[in-house]
Design a protein around this ligand. Structure first.
Ligand code: NOJ
Length: 531
C-alpha cells in the first residue's frame, strides 16, 4: 500500500501571521478555522501548524514553556479541539510542530530537573545559531547550560532516559487527541557527541548534528510512540546529506518518513553563511536536486520546499518579483511540484507574496535578524549594508501577515498587527487572486489537482536533461513507457531548445504555445508535457 502522505500536499501555517479573529494583532486558532474552506478549496491535504504551545515568545513559539497548553494569544485548548475537528470534517489532516531539542528556560523542567538539560563547568567553543557562545552562565548553579539557539532555549539532555520518556508521553497525549503527525524541529541535533568536544570550525556543529545516538533515539521514539498511530513525520535536519537521508527515511529503519534538507537552500550563501549571500547558480541547484532525487528513489522519500517561516520568499529569491512575478512564481511552483516527494506550500506562497523592505531595523522582530544586526554592527559593518542583507535574507520576509484583501491591514486584523504588513498588499492579496482567472493561486490549485490525477508525479523516476544549460531546468519523470517532461526557464531571456515536444501539454504558465515544432520558452515560462 502506498502511504497516504506520498500523495499529499502540505500547507504550513505560521499562526501568528495567518489570520487574527479577535483584533489583538496576532493571528489565532479561530482565525485559522475561518480560513479552512480556503485551504480545502486550494486542495490541501495536510496542514502543518508552527508551534501554538504556551511560550514566552523569545523565538515566536519555538521556545516552549508548556507542551500541554495553548499560547493564550492563539486561544484555548477548546479552540484547538474545535480546529482539529473542523480540519478532519473537511477531510484534511493536521501536523503539529514538535520542538524537543530544547524548551524555554521558563519551562518547569528547567526549574525542577537539572539533569534534563546539558551543563558544564566551563564552556566549549560551540556557537549559538543565533550568534555568540552557545553557553550561558547560571548564577544559582554556578555553571553553564547549553543553548544552540537563544539563551532562552536551553538544550534538552536526550542522554537521560527519564527525559525521553516524558517527551514520548507528551507525543502520545497529542496523538491520542487525534493529531496526524509531527514536523520535528532540528531533530538531528538531539544527540550530542559525548564529552562535548570543541568543534574544528569553531562552532561545534560537527558534534551536535547527526550525533552518535541519533538513529537509536529516533527508533526508540518510533517504537514507543509513532508506530502505534497512522501518522506522518518530517524531520527538520540541517547539515544532512542525501546519504544521511537514506538512513533517516528508509522505512525499514523506522525513523522518520521524510526530512527537510537545507542543501538547496544554502546554495546562495557565501562563506560567511546566509548573511553573505550570492546569486544562485542554476546549475548548482539542478545538480543538487538531482542528487536528492536519485539518492532517495526507491529507498526513502523527499520533502519538497522553497519556502517556510525561516526562509526569504522564493519569488524574490530565485524569481523576479517585479516584472515577472506571476511567471516566475508559477514556474518555480512547477519546477518543485513535479519532483518526486511531498510538496510543502508556505502560507502566502500560493499568491506569490514577496520579501519586504522595511526602511529601518526597528520594524524587524525576528531574534536571529536582530542579533545578527547588532553583532555585525559592532564589528563595523554599516547600517545600510546590514539593512540590504536583512532585506534579502531575514526570516521576517516570510513572517509579514497574510494579505487577504486590499482593505485596511489587508483584513489580517482589525487591530494593529504584531509586525507590519508588506505594503504591496494593495495589489498582492488573496481576494484579487480568487477573483482573477489567471492567478498564482489558481495555478497552484491546478498543480495540486494534477498530483491527485497523475500517478507519475508521485512515482516516476527523475532524469535531468539539458544538464549544462545555465538558465533552463528541464527534467523527465518516467515509468513504464510513460513520461512527463518539465521545462522551466529560470531567466528573463527567451530560451529555444531543439527538443521535439512530445505529447500533450499538461500544464503551462503562459496562455498559448509559441510553436509546435520546438520548445521556445519566454521569460520564466514553464511547460509540462505528458505522453
Ligand atoms: C528551526 C525553526 O524552524 C526555527 O524557526 C527556530 O528558530 C529554530 N528551529 C529553533 O527552534
Amino acid at each position: 500500500m502506498q502511504e497516504w502522505w506520498k500523495k499529499a500536499t502540505v500547507y504550513q501555517i505560521y499562526p501568528r501571521s495567518f489570520n487574527d479573529s479577535n483584533g489583538d494583532g496576532v493571528g489565532d486558532l479561530q482565525g485559522i478555522i475561518e480560513k479552512l474552506d480556503y485551504l480545502k478549496g486550494l486542495g490541501i491535504d495536510l496542514i502543518w501548524l508552527s508551534p501554538i504551545y504556551d511560550s514566552p515568545n523569545d523565538d515566536n513559539g519555538y521556545d516552549i514553556r508548556d507542551y500541554y497548553s495553548i499560547n493564550p494569544e492563539f486561544g484555548t485548548m477548546e479552540d484547538f479541539d474545535q480546529l482539529l475537528d473542523e480540519v478532519h470534517k473537511r477531510g484534511m489532516k493536521l501536523m503539529m510542530d514538535l520542538v524537543v531539542n530544547h524548551t524555554s528556560d521558563e519551562h518547569q523542567w528547567f526549574k525542577d530537573h537539572e539533569d534534563y538539560y546539558i551543563w558544564r563547568e566551563k564552556p566549549n567553543n560551540w556557537q549559538s545559531i543565533f550568534g555568540g557562545s552557545a553557553w550561558e552562565y547560571n548564577q544559582e548553579k554556578g555553571k553553564y547550560y547549553l543553548h544552540l539557539f537563544s539563551k532562552k532555549q536551553p538544550d534538552l539532555n536526550w542522554e537521560n532516559p527519564e527525559l525521553r520518556q516524558r517527551i514520548y508521553d507528551m507525543m502520545h497525549w497529542w496523538l491520542q487527541k487525534g493529531v496526524d503527525g509531527f514536523r520535528m524541529d532540528v531533530i538531528n541535533f538531539i544527540s550530542k557527541h559525548p564529552g562535548l568536544p570543541d568543534g574544528p570550525n569553531g562552532d561545534g556543529s560537527t558534534y551536535f548534528m547527526n550525533g552518535p545516538r541519533i538513529h537509536e533515539f529516533l527508533r526508540e521514539m518510533n517504537d514507543e510512540v509513532l508506530s502505534h498511530y497512522n501518522c506522518v513525520t518530517v524531520g527538520e535536519m540541517p547539515g544532512t546529506t542525501p546519504e544521511d537521508a537514506q538512513i533517516y527515511t528508509n522505512p525499514y529503519n523506522r525513523e522518520v518518513n521524510m526530512i527537510f534538507t537545507f542543501e538547496h537552500m544554502d546554495l546562495d550563501h557565501g562563506p560567511e553563511e546566509k548573511w553573505d549571500y550570492k546569486p544562485l547558480n542554476l546549475t548548482d541547484l539542478k545538480e543538487n536536486l538531482e542528487k536528492w532525487q536519485h539518492a532517495l528513489y526507491d529507498i526513502g522519500w523527499n520533502s519538497l520546499y522553497w519556502n517556510n517561516h525561516d526562509q526569504p520568499r522564493v519569488v524574490s529569491r530565485f524569481g523576479n518579483d517585479t516584472n515577472y512575478r506571476y511567471e516566475s512564481a508559477t514556474m518555480l511552483a512547477t519546477c518543485l511540484h513535479f519532483l518526486q516527494g511531498t510538496p510543502y506550500i508556505y502560507q502566502g506562497e500560493e499568491i506569490g507574496m514577496t520579501n519586504v523592505k522595511f526602511p529601518t531595523i526597528n520594524e524587524y522582530k525576528d531574534i536571529e535578524t536582530l542579533n545578527m544586526f547588532e553583532e555585525k554592527k559592532k564589528k563595523g559593518t554599516s547600517e545600510s549594508d546590514l539593512l540590504d542583507q536583512v532585506h534579502y535574507v531575514s526570516r521576517d520576509n516570510a513572517r509579514t501577515p497574510i494579505q487577504w484583501t486590499a482593505k485596511k491591514q489587508a483584513s489580517f486584523t482589525t487591530g494593529t498587527p504584531w509586525i507590519k504588513l508588506n505594503p504591496n498588499f494593495t495589489h498582492i492579496n488573496v481576494e484579487s487572486d480568487l477573483n482573477n482567472k489567471q492567478s498564482i493561486y489558481s495555478y497552484y490549485k491546478h498543480l495540486i489537482s494534477l498530483r491527485k490525477e497523475v500517478d507519475l508525479i508521485t512515482t516516476g523516476k527523475f532524469r535531468l536533461i539539458h544538464r549544462e544549460h545555465s538558465n533552463l531546468f528541464a527534467y523527465k519523470r518516467e515509468e513504464e513507457g510513460r513520461t512527463l517532461t518539465v521545462y522551466c526557464n529560470f531567466s528573463d531571456q527567451t530560451i529555444v531548445v531543439n527538443d521535439d515536444p512530445k505529447g500533450d501539454v499538461l500544464i503551462q504558465n503562459y496562455e498559448d504555445l509559441v510553436s509546435n515544432e520546438l520548445i521556445k520558452l519566454r521569460p520564466y515560462e514553464s511547460i509540462v508535457y505528458k505522453h
